[in-house]
Design a protein around this ligand. Structure first.
Ligand code: NAG
Ligand code: NAG
Ligand code: NAG
Ligand code: NAG
Ligand code: NAG
Length: 372
């Protein structure tokens, strides 16, 4: 039986691989996703892109600038996070690229962006018929550049990925900078008899550029109703950060969540439970080894029950485990995690950071009395 199931899973995986191949889809950077393929010099006037097809593989509209590393804007040196080039979108300007996708599948776009002049710059990321307007801030990194994820479900066989600056600043040279755009097909995991939570270890989520050291911001569901973190909803107002073991301390597996938004951001999932039964929610609380120091508290919620887990962070990595035991009061129990406090990195005092949550598990307890 297990063997047959293994085979089924294998052929399913093969099918996914070949199907994706058949549609020309590959996880990773978009074609010229980092803008390193240069426009012809005749298609540029200084930095200004003169033709809609000037940047290879992209279509631009409006005032778009092709920015090279080291270039200055007034007195400000423009930093390009990856390679030597990026683009800037002026008022109402946009860039787009078409990608072949599978109708019905869920995808996440990851892109690197920084604001320039205005306090409140935004990017409207869209794949018809869906869109999300995301604030581009400088709260999460001192360089100003952050990676953002946005998910969509394919409704057409061709996804037209459009990044648009809806801003109307006085200075046309203002507007967000963009670099490194990638995409990944999401495979939402299911709950099993070993865990009632889906994607409980956060292993499934937005594409991470192998060289990116900052993690990826997963926006709240008001900005992205599909969630680039399958099975989880990012609630409230601020993003959470998706981090990888290659660049951060991660309690378990390759990925975890850093709660960077204090009480203004939470991750939540609704699990199937049986009213009257006793359950245990276990999880790991730690720090990402990113100079985020201090007394932290992660609050876990299971329906009406809560548990506050204190964690003393030296900012050098480490974690502890916690258990919230509760009796389900209905068929559905909302599981949620948030950080009680805001934290700032001690190495730059400019970037929000916070405790890490990972390796969550929800199971019913067979003999609750015996285990007390
Ligand atoms: C997308 O599909 C079309 C038609 O099937 C094909 O001509 C085109 O080359 C594909 N594009 C990519 C980037 O694979
Ligand atoms: C290039 O920009 C300069 C200054 O903005 C302008 O005077 C000139 O006409 C532009 N050239 C072209 C070919 O658009
Ligand atoms: C964002 O883009 C979509 C698709 O182009 C558009 O329908 C929507 O009105 C835009 N929203 C804002 C606030 O610019
Ligand atoms: C990652 O960094 C290495 C070394 O700096 C570089 O050779 C490589 O091209 C980079 N890869 C990507 C995908 O940017
Ligand atoms: C749970 O579901 C069962 C059947 O689906 C229903 O009879 C029962 O009323 C539900 N209980 C609660 C507390 O929602």
């Amino acid at each position: 039986m297990i063997h047959i199931m293994g085979l089924t899973v294998l052929s399913l995986l093969l099918c996914i691989a070949t199907c994706s191949f058949a549609f020309g889809f590959k996880d990773g950077p978009l074609e010229n996703g980092n803008f390193e393929e240069i426009p012809k010099s005749t298609d540029l006037n200084g930095t200004v892109v003169l033709r809609t097809n000037a940047i290879p593989h992209w279509e631009t509209s409006g005032f778009v600038e092709y920015i090279k590393a080291g270039q200055k804007q007034g007195d400000m040196l423009l930093v390009v996070p990856e390679g030597f080039a990026a683009v800037r979108l002026g008022n109402e300007a946009s860039i787009k690229q078409r990608v072949n996708v599978t109708v019905g599948s869920l995808y996440a776009i990851t892109f690197s962006a920084a604001r320039t002049c205005a306090q409140a710059e935004e990017l409207n990321v869209s794949v018809k018929p869906d869109f999300g307007v995301m604030p581009i801030q400088t709260l999460y990194s001192s360089s100003g550049w952050d990676l953002y994820a946005w998910a969509f479900r394919a409704v057409f066989t061709v996804a037209e990925i459009l990044l648009h600056n809806p801003g109307v600043e006085e200075d046309p040279a203002c507007g967000p900078l963009i670099d490194s755009i990638g995409i990944r097909v999401l495979n939402p995991p299911k709950a099993t008899k070993f865990n009632l939570l889906k994607n409980a270890d956060f292993e499934e989520g937005a594409y991470m550029f192998p060289n990116a050291t900052t993690g990826v911001l997963i926006p709240p569901n008001v900005e992205d109703d599909n969630s680039a973190l399958p099975a989880w909803m990012v609630e409230s107002l601020k993003a959470v950060k998706y981090i990888d073991a290659a660049h951060f301390s991660v309690p378990h597996g390759q990925r975890a969540i850093e709660l960077v938004g204090g009480r203004e951001s939470a991750i939540a999932q609704v699990a199937r439970t049986i009213a009257g039964k006793t359950y245990e929610l276990t999880f790991a609380v730690g720090d990402a080894s990113n100079s985020c120091e201090g007394s932290m508290i992660v609050e876990a919620f299971a329906g009406r029950d809560t548990l506050k887990v204190p964690y003393e962070s030296k900012g050098t990595g480490g974690y502890k485990r916690a258990v919230l035991r509760f009796v389900a009061v209905s068929n559905r129990t909302r599981i949620m995690f948030l950080s009680t406090y805001y934290h700032m990195r001690s190495d730059d005092y400019a970037s929000l950071c916070g405790p890490v949550v990972d390796d969550t598990k929800l199971l019913s307890v067979r003999n609750p009395r015996r285990l007390v």
